[in-house]
Design a protein around this ligand. Structure first.
Ligand code: OSB
Ligand code: MG
Length: 368
């Protein structure tokens, strides 16, 4: 491979409903797509999962663009690359900025898969032809609305219900859901809304037989989480705290986490995601694939990753229709009875709907 031409597309897509976490609400999603062209004409796509504001992590749409334009694209253009695993080595001199790095790496994986005539799932070593998926539900205005959404999601067949919690929207909410849905696979995601001093409150969640609690404590912590896990029966699953294989190793060795949420962007790309997957598999730690409210391109990468064998818990990759009136890929991602069929065609396995991409584009810029 030799990438000769890269275009960054800046899109704005409006979500059907606002998505609310312990940090705030999001409805208009602005993000970057990266289109890379190989010398042989093959085109691959990557998606930056950075938001406009740095609430989830320190990266933003603009920091990603800056890193791509000033550092990452110059390192990749016209470089001879034999395998996408080389991209993370090429980027190694640059610290962090994992979502920016992952944006290019995703496009390179797409090109590689097409050139070797494999689906992205196959190229990664995936073993499933369909994946089991769950749904992530933001904080609602009332308990009645939440119960209604959970009910509909279960009827749609989603295999696991994740509910966002925050102080004041936690124990009573989870108790009510457990009473209403005694057999459902339910979990909570706190997005770092608590501190170790809140452990008595968090312990009350043990009564509701939750699959796990995701990232209860600080986004940069693995020490307090280890202490909290000693006090909780409910497994802790780290999200924000894990940026690399090294982070995963340390968190598992310390006992800070019993399950890991892998997000491709957060860990710097598919190559690192696969390494974390392999390590967790060897340690007997289950993983699942998280989501960042992606468009169809990011969704396609998530689906491919989830075909690896240790993705044994349903992830957050719901169908395109969960967030978008019209997605930018053809066909759209369909979750039917809690399963998504893994596309078998070469590359990410979906066509890019260029007309729809154009309709959502604010601006774009070409690099060569
Ligand atoms: O913490 O997993 C999270 C969305 C945005 C940022 C962080 C998170 C989430 C979700 C939704 O939970 C996942 C999705 O449906 O894409
Ligand atoms: Mg999370």
């Amino acid at each position: 491979m030799k990438i000769t031409d890269i275009t960054i597309h800046h899109l704005r897509m409006t979500m059907k409903n606002p998505f609310t976490t312990s940090f705030g609400s999001l409805q208009d999603k602005e993000f970057l797509l990266l289109e890379a062209k190989d010398a042989d004409g093959t085109i691959g796509w990557g998606e930056s999962v950075a938001f406009e504001t740095p609430w989830y992590n320190e990266e933003t749409l603009k920091t990603n663009w800056h890193m791509l334009e000033d550092f990452l694209i110059p390192l990749i253009l016209n470089k001879e690359i034999k395998h996408p695993d080389e991209v993370s080595q090429i980027f190694a001199p640059i610290r962090k900025n994992n979502m920016a790095k992952s944006t290019i790496e995703g496009a390179v994986w797409d090109i590689y898969a097409q050139q070797t005539n494999q689906s992205l799932a196959e190229a990664l070593g995936g073993t499933r032809d369909k994946i089991e998926v769950g749904i992530s539900i933001g904080i609602q205005n009332s308990l009645e609305e939440l119960v209604d959404i959970v009910d509909r999601s279960l009827k749609d067949g989603y295999k696991r219900i994740k509910v966002k919690i925050k102080p004041g929207w936690d124990v009573d909410v989870m108790r009510a859901l457990r009473e209403e849905f005694p057999d459902a696979a339910i979990m909570a995601d706190a997005n770092s809304a608590y501190r170790l001093e809140d452990s008595a409150l968090l312990k009350q969640l043990d009564a509701f037989d939750l699959m796990m609690i995701e990232q209860p404590l600080a986004s940069d912590d693995i020490i307090d989480h280890a202490q909290l896990q000693k006090e909780l029966k409910t497994p802790i699953c780290l999200d924000e705290s894990i940026h690399s294989l090294e982070d995963a190793r340390k968190a598992i060795e310390l006992g800070s986490t019993e399950i890991i949420n892998i997000k491709i962007g957060r860990v710097g790309g598919l190559t690192e995601a696969k390494k974390i997957h392999d390590y967790c598999e060897a340690q007997g730690v289950p993983v699942w694939c998280g989501g960042m409210l992606e468009s169809g391109i990011g969704r396609a990468h998530n689906i491919a990753l989830t075909t690896l064998p240790n993705f044994i818990l349903p992830g957050d990759t719901s169908g395109s229709n969960r967030y978008w009136k019209k997605d930018i890929i053809l066909p759209e991602v369909v979750a039917a009875d809690g399963y998504i069929d893994v596309p078998q065609t070469a590359g990410i396995g979906y066509e890019i709907d260029r007309k729809t991409v154009e309709s959502y584009t604010i601006t774009k810029k070409e690099y060569k």
